[in-house]
Design a protein around this ligand. Structure first.
Ligand code: WT7
Length: 666
């Protein structure tokens, strides 16, 4: 057995003692991995090879970015032609592996089918109704080639954009890889997003082709994705073809069809050759764009650096070995899935789980049953899912043998120590270290995260990984300790974003204007005496609800687009399970009656405009919302009122009486 109890009895007592611990800042416990475990990790073996004695020495050595990222790159990827320079840093612009010829699909698929991995399972797929498919690297390779050839037959060339709107089925990675193989740029839209959101993204990137499926299964129901895509395509003039995968087991023939534009996936791929040349690209050519908020913001990532970044961080942080069964339970529609279900794991040649449905369908033991049945060894999810599981109770967990697990992970928002301890105790059986990975769509890969050799403090993402730097600055750009400030990343890393699609000025403005030449992450954080980072949440107008980032203003504008709404102010309210819930204050147009019916109508309206995840949890009708003289909604004031905190300076308000209004409504 690779791992044993890696806990000391002292910490076990601590676990009991602090059952209702809620306050992050008071967290003092330290969880150390056992020596036996440490010895066998990928990172420790690497350190031995390079004569590095300690975690601190590793962090120090890796400050030589060219040496570190040059060494690492040659271990995880195969270039068609080698680079002549590791890094070209001209902030805010960065290039990695200059001169290298490359394609990420070579590492994700082509190289494996020439080795024993050809017959290894790449994906174990479980549909919500219980159907199972196992695809080997060879199966995946063939399917990708056939689809890539079909895309070419539609005239898709290097640099063209393809919009992908698919649920968690193997065809989603297949579609992404088919695009990458021929040098096309994919823009994946989360299948939980609405038709409007899909349309905006198609138009933003001027996609030539859209890929979707007839429908899929969620909580026992069929979600009619093709009809939603049809709706999106009504006003997406650049899209000439739509490829539709047949996922539904019945009823596909009833799906509306546009003979000229729509093509069944199985029909157009049937007679395609099983091989397809992998386009030879520059390491800095664009791989994909992806947005996180309701409004498109195309974050650009490039083939070379992104490949090195995802594969390397995954092999070190989650210590993946050939025999592991890896489950990153995120959706591929978000960056977590792009990096750690598709590209990272495939480059490393590991076996991953893809599960289509809801965690609690048909009941809350579904996830634990999947871990048991497939012998999952490393499991990665979000704090909101952990809190949901806590709420269902450990009875559901106890029904299953989770002893195959050896390492756990968390991502998406700060994990409260209470959830951390529950996860550690009930899922990890007190043997698994928890990797709390801080990163963003923009960063492409983990940035601040423990390694399995790092002593952990529950609730802290610990330190920047080797080869990364981070700091906390005050408003004037001075580094600060033990106080909340702005999280920044002073040095570049291979997976970092290369810009915003068609918006270089916005790119400079959002990330690089506050502190010259320093990347501003947009999070508030604190650095403790040991230089451990405690992420506190978003500083900008962004909500973090159930692991999704949604702009406050996005929800506000969706509300205001309803004919009966005059104004809206949206804030995040701390929520036990979701992290934040969405609370909206709505001012109705003259003569409109506020009532419950309208409340649900507005919720549905936001659902339609952005997606169900953005629907306000609560709507309060008011006659005014606090605004500055320039008309900006003062969310800070509303939030303070809701949380019962001092409202602070309201001298700039044009309508101080609106604060009373908020008071009355809550
Ligand atoms: C934002 C990025 C990166 C994958 C999923 C979200 C928050 C992410 C953590 C963490 C505290 C975290 C931050 C960040 N966040 N991971 N381990 N601890 N906060 O991607 O939608 O781009 O959101 O999620 O606020 O800025 P995203």
């Amino acid at each position: 057995m690779r791992i044993k109890e890696n806990m000391k009895t002292k910490t076990e007592k601590d676990v009991e003692k602090t059952k209702d611990l809620k306050v992050l800042l008071d967290e003092k416990r330290v969880f150390k991995p056992s020596e036996e475990f440490t010895e066998q990790t990928n990172v420790k073996k690497w350190m031995d090879k390079h004569g590095i004695k300690s975690y601190d020495e590793l962090l120090e050595k890796a400050k030589d970015l060219e040496w570190f990222w040059g060494t690492v790159a040659n271990e995880v990827v195969e270039w068609f032609e080698p680079y002549n320079k590791v890094l070209d840093w001209n902030p805010p612009w960065v290039k990695w592996y200059i001169g290298a010829k490359y394609n990420i699909v070579h590492d994700a698929l082509d190289k494996h089918v020439k080795t024993w991995r050809k017959n290894k399972v790449a994906y174990i797929f479980e549909g919500e109704p219980g159907d199972v498919r196992k695809l080997t690297y060879w199966d995946l390779y063939v399917e990708v080639n056939k689809l890539a050839n079909a895309l070419k037959s539609f005239g898709v060339c290097k640099g063209d954009r393809v919009g992908i709107y698919l649920p968690m089925i193997p065809e989603l990675p297949i579609a992404m890889l088919a695009c990458a193989k021929i040098g096309a740029i994919h823009s994946v839209v989360f299948s939980g997003f609405s038709a409007t959101a899909f349309r905006e993204r198609l138009n933003d990137c001027e996609a030539k082709v859209a890929i979707t499926c007839d429908g899929f299964y969620r909580r026992g129901k069929v979600i009619p994705l093709k009809s939603m895509a049809d709706d999106a395509l009504r006003e997406a003039p650049t899209v000439k073809h739509m490829i539709v995968y047949k996922r539904m087991t019945a009823g596909s023939e009833l799906v509306p069809w546009n003979e000229e534009r729509d093509h069944w996936w199985h029909e157009i791929t049937k007679d395609q050759p099983r091989t397809c040349e992998t386009e030879i690209l520059d390491a800095n050519d664009i791989l994909y764009t992806s947005g996180t908020t309701g409004k498109p913001k195309g974050v650009i990532h490039a083939h070379g650096g992104y490949a090195v970044g995802t594969a390397h961080t995954l092999r070190w942080v989650f210590d993946l070995k050939p025999e592991d069964i890896w489950w990153c339970a995120a959706d591929i529609g978000w960056v977590t899935g792009h990096s750690y279900i598709v590209y990272g794991p495939l480059i490393l040649g590991v076996t991953s789980i893809i599960y289509e449905g809801a965690p609690d369908y048909p009941n809350p033991e579904r996830w634990w049953s999947i871990i048991e049945r497939y012998g999952v060894t490393v499991f990665y999810t979000s704090p909101t899912s952990i809190r949901l599981a806590m709420r269902f109770g450990e009875e559901w967990v106890k029904k299953h043998d989770l002893s195959s697990l050896r390492l756990l992970g968390s991502v998406g928002e700060p994990i409260n120590p209470e959830a951390w301890i529950w996860y550690y105790t009930h899922i990890g059986g007190k043997r698994c270290q928890i990797m709390d990975t801080w990163w963003q769509t923009e960063s492409g890969t983990f940035c601040i995260s423990p390694l399995p050799i790092t002593p952990l403090k529950p609730g802290s993402a610990t330190k920047p990984l080797p080869g990364f730097t981070a700091d906390v600055y005050d408003e004037d750009g001075n580094p600060i300790q033990n106080r909340g400030g702005n999280l920044v990343q002073p040095t570049p890393w291979p997976g970092m974003l290369r810009g915003l699609y068609k918006a270089p000025e916005r790119f400079k403005e959002i990330y690089w204007s506050k502190y010259p030449n320093i990347y501003l992450a947009g999070d508030v954080a604190r650095k403790d005496d040991d230089n451990y980072f405690w992420i506190q949440g978003r500083a900008d107008g962004v909500l973090n609800t159930a692991g999704h980032r949604i702009g406050n203003s996005e929800v506000e504008s969706a509300l205001v687009s309803h004919e009966k709404v005059a104004e809206a102010a949206v804030i995040g309210e701390p929520h036990e399970v979701k992290g934040e819930s969405i609370l909206a204050f709505v001012v109705l147009k003259k003569g409109v009656e506020p009532n419950d019916e309208l409340r649900s109508e507005l919720r549905e309206h936001v659902g339609k405009e952005i997606g169900k995840i953005a629907r306000p949890d609560k709507i309060k009708f008011v006659t005014d919302v606090p605004k500055t003289r320039s008309g900006k909604i003062m969310r800070r004031v509303i939030r303070a009122k809701v949380l019962g905190l001092p409202v602070g300076d309201i001298a700039t308000l044009s309508n101080p009486e609106a604060v009373e209004e908020i008071d009355k409504a809550i």
